[in-house]
Write a protein that binds this ligand. Structure first.
Ligand SMILES: NC(=O)c1ccc[n+]([C@@H]2O[C@H](COP(=O)([O-])OP(=O)(O)OC[C@H]3O[C@@H](n4cnc5c(N)ncnc54)[C@H](O)[C@@H]3O)[C@@H](O)[C@H]2O)c1
Length: 351
């Protein structure tokens, strides 16, 4: 039987992946390691399965005695205000965390990692194929996230080359849907929480910066196809995302139709906000043939609004701080409160 660890399993995407892992009958134990920095135990509260074990801990402190058959590493904040507020902690989660998880893998085991389209930076080619090496500013405000993901990818591919470990590296594009924190700070959740609170829907700059919006069910289906159903021996990197590119301002206007009493308010543009993002899915079509995003953003937004409406207590509106981050689903206006472990407060993302 298979012993599995998922780091970051109490987060938005991680908790959906936990649901899919528990549908597998070959798994005898599923250990979730999460320090609840950006995740929450409520994302797992619907599960009653005695194979699931939750451990509140840093991924950097996972027992490195090589006992897991499969490891899934999602432990990293994905939202700019969160990772910008604690860049060292973000680098540690991705770099030290991944190093630790390599040591926690049993010989012959499989390590899967959720990297990001942020490794392409502000791309100069569109759509972005996996062969594109990116346009990242290694000293810029997004560098803690972008470069630590790039470093973790490097570490995994070097461990594969030098030690033969089995890996799967996926590069996720923008994901949205239920179980996003109301104060997550990315575009779709911001627009919805603003709409529900009757506040202006805020768009950075002219909002013409484009993203590809993947509904979480479609994206997590792509993950399970690549990670354990159909991935074969392909180690990645593999783009997984929706290749329908939509400007941020169009999403804002769509959300506003659901909250017609709210105005759209444009705020100053955010430094280094990527101008475009769209996955080239040619490789995905070969590695996981037939996989595609079925849920258009309009339907996904409606489903997400329904989920946010059901939250108790009502979702707080994000505090607006400008400029803090970008209007990327990898971006946001609210500065996060520090969570997960007691440390000194550091809310200035430019720190
Ligand atoms: N959501 C997206 O649009 C998106 C896009 C690209 C890549 N990704 C990647 O997917 C993964 C999951 O993203 P998400 O949107 O679910 O984010 P999330 O913030 O909801 O989930 C991350 C989880 O990791 C936990 N965590 C963070 N640092 C940790 C540490 N040091 N030790 C233990 N746990 C830690 C958090 O508490 C949280 O539960 C991340 O690796 C992210 O980089 C997400």
């Amino acid at each position: 039987m298979t012993k599995v660890l998922i780091a970051g399993g109490a987060g938005f995407i991680g908790s959906h992946l936990v649901d899919r892992l528990l549908a597998r009958r070959d798994i005898s134990q599923l250990v979730v390691v999460d320090n609840l920095w950006t995740g929450t135990k409520s994302n797992l509260q619907h599960i009653s399965d005695n194979r699931l074990e939750f451990r509140q801990a840093d991924v950097e402190a996972v027992d490195a005695s090589g006992q897991y058959d499969e490891i899934y590493n999602l432990a990293s904040p994905a939202s700019p205000p969160w990772y910008m507020a604690e860049p060292m902690r973000t680098i540690s989660a991705n770099v030290i965390g991944t190093m630790r998880l390599i040591a926690a893998l049993r010989p012959g085991g499989l390590l899967c990692f959720t990297s990001t389209s942020e490794v392409y930076g502000d791309p100069l080619v569109s759509p972005q194929p996996e062969t594109y090496r990116g346009s990242v500013d290694c000293t810029g405000p997004r560098s803690s996230y972008d470069e630590s993901k790039r470093c973790a990818e490097a570490m995994l591919f070097e461990a594969r080359r030098t030690r033969g470990i089995r890996i799967r590296v996926v590069r996720l594009f923008n994901v949205f849907g239920p179980r996003t924190r109301p104060d997550d700070g990315r575009a779709v959740s911001n627009f919805i929480t603003q709409g529900l609170a009757g506040k202006p829907i805020t768009v950075f700059g002219d909002g013409r910066q484009s993203r590809s919006w993947g509904y979480v069910d479609d994206i997590v289906h792509g993950l399970e196809r690549f990670f354990w159903l159909d991935g074969g021996d392909y180690p990645g990197p593999l783009n997984v995302g929706n290749d329908r590119e939509v400007p941020v301002v169009d999403v804002a206007h769509f959300v506003r139709k659901r909250f017609p009493h709210c105005a759209i308010q444009h705020l100053p543009p955010v430094p280094q906000d990527p101008t475009n993002r769209r996955p080239d899915l040619t490789l995905a079509n070969q590695v996981i043939p037939g996989w595609t995003c079925h849920v258009p953003y309009e339907e996904g937004v409606d489903r997400t609004i329904g989920w946010f409406r059901g939250l108790q207590p009502a979702a707080p509106a994000p505090r607006m701080r400008v400029p803090v981050a970008a209007n990327d689903p990898d971006d946001a206006p609210s500065a996060p409160r520090r969570q997960g472990r007691p440390t000194s407060v550091a809310t200035d993302p430019w720190n």
